[in-house]
Design a protein around this ligand. Structure first.
Ligand code: FES
Length: 194
């Protein structure tokens, strides 16, 4: 009969043999090569370049394989292939050699400039090297605001798609210089908002 002490001893020896065997041979398990970088590179190479911030080109919650790129030209409101962009007619579409020229007094800058009717009040000032205020340059903020001294601004400028000034403000002489084209001589105060 094997005593309890002998049985425990045999068990310890067998355990030690198993541990030593695993240490020498290993378990045969190896970590896999990290291929996440390769997957990301492949994914980037299959997505079309877009002209808006990167997150907008991914499906919400997208992961590998779930990303959906919207090719430039297919986003909502963009032109179909071959479709001509329609530019609203206005003084801004006139060639330089056909554009009328108006005398605009920039009151704060102390100069009177000859400004073409196809040129914005902001551009004309910038050509002089003046650091005039602006932000969007699309008529969608008030950063470039100015004030026509001589009366209602609509008598002196044509705005190309301004979206900020209400009728009373226009009547008070306010303009958005980034989208305001002159149609008469007048005096302008830059850096003025309603
Ligand atoms: S800069 Fe924004 S409206 Fe002119």
């Amino acid at each position: 009969m094997v005593s309890t002490v002998e049985a425990v001893g045999i068990a310890i020896i067998l355990s030690a043999i198993v541990v030593i065997f695993h240490e020498i041979r290993g378990v045969g398990w190896r970590t896999r090569e990290d291929i996440s970088g390769a997957i990301l590179e492949h994914r980037a190479s299959t997505l079309a370049e877009v002209d808006y911030p990167e997150p907008m080109s991914r499906a919400v919650g997208g992961g590998i394989g779930a990303g959906v790129a919207v090719p430039t030209g297919e986003a909502e409101g963009e032109l179909e292939a071959g479709e001509a962009e329609t530019v609203e007619e206005g003084p801004w579409t006139k060639p330089d050699d056909e554009a009328d020229i108006f005398e605009i007094e920039y009151v704060k800058e102390g100069q009177t400039l000859e400004v073409r009717e196809n040129q914005t009040l902001l551009e004309a000032g910038e050509e002089q090297g003046w650091d005039l205020p602006f932000a969007c340059r699309e008529g969608q903020c008030l950063s470039c605001g100015g004030h026509v001294v001589d009366g209602s601004s609509e008598e002196f400028v044509i705005h190309n798609n301004q979206q900020m000034l209400e009728s009373p403000e226009l009547e008070d002489g306010y303009v958005l210089t980034c989208v305001a084209y002159p149609k008469a001589d007048f005096s302008l105060e830059t850096g003025e908002t309603p």
